[in-house]
Design a protein around this ligand. Structure first.
Ligand code: HEM
Length: 120
């Protein structure tokens, strides 16, 4: 049974465009991970102001293997470098540059119980 892993990102208003820009320029390595079934970056419209990074995997083990892989590290290289620099220690251009785009993150895990896809 597939599992859904959602990384829930708290993103300050001035960093939203930057977050989306980073995802637009993402490494694209996750597509090659074993057991990867799909990914969506979801922008909040109503009911929450947090972005969801939705991913679906063939199994818990496939997801765990990906998080421990080099591909995960490379896919988060930008985010990691920013986190290391720390918030407020960017290049001195104010919002939208240095510092992580997200001010917080939380991982949600689900097992897929039922599923339907449109008929071809
Ligand atoms: C420490 C918490 C995390 C933060 C702050 C974070 C943030 C980000 C950011 C900003 C990017 C865009 C690329 C970049 O800037 O390097 C990215 C890529 C991505 N993140 Fe995360 N992430 C985290 C952990 C996770 C986890 C646990 C998942 C699993 C659901 C995940 C799923 C993804 C995926 C699928 C991509 C695209 C990578 C690719 O194309 O290969 N992230 N993340």
């Amino acid at each position: 049974m597939s599992v859904v892993k959602i990384n829930v990102l708290t993103v300050p208003e001035p960093m939203k465009a930057e977050l989306e820009r980073r995802f637009a320029g993402r490494a694209g390595l996750v597509e090659q991970a074993d057991g990867f079934e799909g990914f969506e970056l979801l922008r909040p419209v109503e009911g929450t102001d947090r972005y969801l990074v939705y991913t679906r995997w063939r199994s818990e083990e496939d997801f765990q293997r990906w998080t421990e892989s080099r591909a995960f590290g490379e896919g988060h290289a930008q985010a990691a470098a920013d986190a290391e620099r720390g918030q407020g220690h960017g290049h001195g251009h104010g919002h939208g540059h240095g510092g992580p785009a997200a001010s917080g993150s939380e991982l949600w895990s689900f097992e897929v119980v039922e599923r339907a896809d449109p008929k071809g």
